[in-house]
Write a protein that binds this ligand. Structure first.
Ligand code: FES
Length: 125
């Protein structure tokens, strides 16, 4: 059902850990299946220097979360916001049709984390 790239990120996910000193976090859930993720970010000089997550989800959502963190780590906030669910899907070599929605979790939670980060920054002004 899953290709080798997806299996690699499912069996050995990257950046899957709690980040107690994050600058912001974002949560996202898939209503259809009940899967849920929290993404944590650390930002220095507008760059995502650290990105991690904790997830309760299917194998595809874990692989997508892993790939999402790899794709955005080291990027500016603006560059990270250009990463789409489709790009994560492509980077994983293509999710099975029934699993396309699984890429929403990592990307969606990342966007909420960035939104929260921007909100916290605006409160400091
Ligand atoms: S089955 Fe819903 S996130 Fe994978």
């Amino acid at each position: 059902m899953y290709n080798d790239i997806i299996m690699e990120h499912f069996m050995c996910p990257q950046n899957g850990y709690f980040m107690p000193d994050s600058d912001a976090e974002g949560e996202y859930g898939a209503v259809s299946c009940g899967d849920k993720i929290t993404v944590y970010i650390k930002v220095r000089d507008n760059v995502l220097t650290e990105v991690s997550y904790l997830i309760y989800g299917c194998g595809a959502s874990i692989a997508c979360a892993s790939m999402t963190t790899i794709m955005v780590k080291g990027k500016t906030i603006e560059q990270a916001l250009l990463v789409t669910e489709e790009m994560v899907d492509d980077a994983l070599g293509g999710l099975p049709q029934l699993k396309k929605h699984c890429s929403n979790l990592g990307v969606g939670a990342l966007r909420y984390a960035i939104d929260n980060y921007k909100h916290y920054q605006s409160l400091k002004l």
